[in-house]
Design a protein around this ligand. Structure first.
Ligand code: MN
Length: 207
């Protein structure tokens, strides 16, 4: 499994991060076809384009997070953002019923209760932000420098690192993330995702 540190430290040439599970392991929440396309085609394309864009530039020596923080709006930011976003995304899931899935424990459980009232209220807020994001983008649970938790809606390839926040959990609401399995039913897709979130991975991202 990639750690937050290894994700942050990745540098060009970037490679497709390996899935920490098989492509049929997240059924019935995400089908093999969804993972084959989302990881094997979409993320691979972002990785390839990012490598082409940084080659021979000052960005070639920067790690992925630095590129996302420093790139101007445009193709470099979009592709670097999508590589960072999807690496975090695929790493945070685990098969239904496996250790870490279900509900958060320890300091993460306490923080979610403290900032959102309850785990149930947090899930409602995250779902509402996901359904309410117009077009393509990401919804993140993020942590600020004072340890406060917040939900952030980011259009397109956005990641809360550009606002100085630490991304803890990210939901991809681009249609490519759910159209094969859920068609236009984004809300049903988000409701199903809770079954495969690995809360140990999310907690390990906290500072
Ligand atoms: Mn995606």
């Amino acid at each position: 499994m990639l750690t937050q540190l290894t994700i942050t430290e990745m540098k060009a040439p970037f490679v497709l991060p390996e899935l920490p599970y098989g492509t049929d392991a997240l059924k019935p929440v995400l089908s093999r076809e969804t993972l084959d396309y989302h990881h094997g085609k979409h993320l691979q394309a972002y990785v390839n384009t990012l490598n082409t864009l940084v080659e021979g530039t000052g960005y070639a020596g920067m790690n992925l997070e630095e590129i996302v923080r420093k790139a101007p709006a445009g193709p470099l930011f979009n592709n670097a953002g999508q590589v960072l976003n999807h690496t975090l995304y695929f790493e945070q899931f685990h098969p239904v019923g496996s250790e870490g899935t279900g509900s958060p424990k320890g300091k993460l459980k306490d923080a979610i209760r403290g900032f959102f009232g309850s785990f149930e209220d947090f899930r409602k807020e995250m779902a509402s932000a996901s359904v309410g994001l117009f077009g393509s983008g990401w919804v993140w649970l993020a942590q600020d420098g004072q340890g406060r938790l917040t939900i952030v809606q980011c259009p397109n390839a956005g990641n809360p690192v550009t606002e100085g926040l630490v991304p803890l959990l990210g939901f991809d609401v681009w249609e490519h993330a759910y159209y094969v399995d859920y068609r236009n039913r984004r809300a049903d897709h988000i409701a199903a995702l809770w079954q495969i979130v690995d809360w140990n991975v999310v907690a390990a991202r906290m500072k």
